[in-house]
Design a protein around this ligand. Sequence first.
Ligand code: DX5
Ligand code: ZN
Length: 214
Amino acid sequence: MPLAAPSILAADFAELQEQVALADKSGADWIHVDVMDGHFVPNITFGPLLVSAVNRITERFLDVHLMIENPDFFLEDFAKAGADSLIVHYEAVVHLNRTIHAIKDLGLKAGVAINPSTPTEMLKEIINDVDLVLVMSVNAGFGGQKFIESSYRRLSEVKALIPKGREVLVEVDGGVTPENASKLVKAGADVLVAGTSVFRSGDIPGAIKKLKSA
Ligand code: DX5
Ligand code: ZN
């Protein structure tokens, strides 16, 4: 069974507490938090203060996706705020090995994300160090975009890079719906990140249930 990770980017922020609590109660395994800086991606969202607020609403695993330049400056702040994982972008980090180990030294799960245009082979040297790989299935920056079809193949390629005996969870993020969920799981996704198809569905519990049964 895949893990369902609703992305609060698509939530109604005037009702964040209710919506996160409902997702939690409805079987969401993780809560996914999209941090954007207006530099690495052309959109600005939120920072450690919101992670800390969500951490007070739910005890679920907080999966924090950093779409920011210079993530090293902020790792400790997000750890203190209650993040359980920190995912940095391959395209945003120069010394990726150092950053991944800095995340682990804070006691968190460490992940790397790749944009749709980054070849999956680029993960070859870091795959032995990470706990998570996040395959972007849209261009990072906004919710509600159209799923990019090459993502199925890219998930399988990432899965094939993982050495036998190493536990690395593969996440897919962007345009994930109850309709494409089972094909994504077959292609290799362990964690389904979904914003619009959960929080804008009008039926948060139903959407989570469908994702998990993929
Ligand atoms: C996009 C974010 C996603 C976003 C997905 O850059 O990383 O997590 O919330 O949104 P949907 O599910 O609406 O495509
Ligand atoms: Zn995300």
